[in-house]
Design a protein around this ligand. Structure first.
Ligand code: ADP
Ligand code: MG
Length: 406
């Protein structure tokens, strides 16, 4: 990436404000997936081993500017301590006199985790005074939070106005890996897009049409495309207000000679339930009292066959209601088909919260070229948008000027 990274900085003895993305899913205070914590380790360890004083900070969930005991960073600190094999101290607040006192006590090689940044409304408001106060804790700023880089918040953008700002190792890997989809991806480049809705992914679809040779659409999103063709889909999720957009995308694909593949058969069930009785039907034979919950076997085979020719694959969005195991076959088969391509030297990149969760659950993450930790951020990146958190980093050829009081 064209940004300075932690490798370019002599961090020994310096106070580093490290913004990571430790926003893990919680269930009743328990971390259900620690991927983001593990992905943040290389930068944390690198800085500590080089004798930096690390002030680590993240947001967790959506406390909307208020202290929320269910969203305290404590479980994150505990898990991080396990992974690092050393205790991880925490502050009681994201910022304040107590934080300053705790930070002043730190020695080179020490680490402290700040309380949830979003307990302060100033964080999401990107309040300059708050950003300056955060900056006041440190000599240098490191952004490793790719998953939050699409938001200009105090800890991702505001702070860079007050401290030299460089990329962490995860940030660098995310940007470099996802860039492979933007600059001359090996052809053919095929995308697999799923998930619930067209509405949230219109811009991704449009961006992919300008770059891909084929777009394979599954999941609930495919329903809207099928409905736009005039098919009756029973109780399936269909976005009536997106039918025109779906038609427009089909027309655009045709104009650009991009192959747009839709399911030809689907799994249907009377309701979304683990014990529902399922059936496989052609897309033009969905019973009135049933709903589409997954792509069918013929579609899975056709998609996998098409992907077998790809040299670059991007996947976002599950093929069905994969949270329920009996509706997860389509998603799981796509994950396996894509992973198989990696061994055949195809660049395989997965982005998006739920599709990444599916890949992780199957233990296939290591078998992809890159699995992005950034949900929304990875999609915006692929749309070609510039991410404020990335833009704000020092360019690779810039000079680093430490604060006077450093
Ligand atoms: P990602 O997080 O990978 O970007 P999305 O958030 O867009 O994916 O979509 C994931 C959701 O889509 C899942 O909760 C899944 O249950 C839902 N989904 C997939 N297929 C269907 C379908 N046929 N009907 C209803 N919901 C679906
Ligand atoms: Mg999602």
């Amino acid at each position: 990436m064209n940004a300075k990274t932690i490798r370019d900085v002599d961090v020994g003895g310096r106070r580093v404000f490290l913004r990571a993305d430790l926003n893990v899913p919680l269930d009743d205070g328990r971390i259900t997936d620690d991927t983001r914590i593990r992905a943040s380790l290389p930068t944390i360890v690198n800085l500590l081993e080089r004798g930096a004083i690390v002030i680590l900070a993240s947001h967790l969930g959506r406390p909307k500017g208020k202290v929320n005991d269910a969203l305290r960073m404590k479980p994150v600190a505990d898990r991080l301590a396990q992974l690092l094999g050393r205790p991880v101290r925490m502050t009681g607040d994201a910022l304040g006199p107590g934080v300053q006192v705790a930070v002043d006590k730190l020695r080179p090689g020490d680490l402290i985790l700040l309380e949830n940044l979003r307990f302060r409304a100033d964080e999401e408001a990107n309040d300059p005074e708050f950003a300056e106060a955060l900056a006041g804790l440190a000599d240098i700023y490191v952004n490793d939070a790719f998953g939050a880089a699409h938001r200009a918040h105090a800890s991702t953008e505001g702070i860079t106005h007050f401290l030299p700002a460089v990329a962490g190792l995860l940030m660098e890997r995310e940007v470099d890996s996802l860039s492979r989809l933007l600059t001359k991806p090996p052809r053919p480049f095929h995308a697999v897009i799923g998930g619930a809705k067209v509405s949230g992914k219109l811009e991704v679809l449009e961006a992919l049409l300008t770059r891909c040779q084929a777009v394979l659409v599954g999941g609930g999103m495919a329903n809207t495309f099928l409905a736009a063709r005039g098919l009756e889909l029973g109780k399936s999720l269909v976005e009536e207000d997106q039918l025109e957009n779906a038609e427009r995308i089909v027309a655009e694909a045709r104009r650009k000679r991009v192959r747009l593949m839709l399911p030809t058969d689907v799994v249907v069930a009377p309701q979304i339930h683990q014990r529902s009785k399922t059936k496989i039907v052609a897309v033009d034979a969905v019973p009135k009292d049933q709903m589409i919950v997954d792509i069918g076997p013929e579609t899975r085979a056709a998609f996998a066959d098409h992907l077998s020719k790809a040299k670059t694959i991007f996947w976002n969005g599950p093929m069905g209601v994969f949270e329920i195991s009996q509706f997860a076959d389509g998603t799981n088969e796509m994950a396996r088909a894509i992973a198989r391509r990696t061994s055949a030297k195809t660049v395989t990149i997965v982005g998006g919260g739920d599709s990444v969760a599916a890949v992780e659950q199957l233990g296939l993450a290591d078998r992809m070229t890159h699995v992005s930790t950034g949900g929304g951020a990875s999609l915006e990146f692929i749309e070609g948008k510039s991410l404020p958190g990335v833009e704000a980093l020092l360019p690779a050829d810039a000079e680093i000027n430490f604060r006077e009081n450093a």
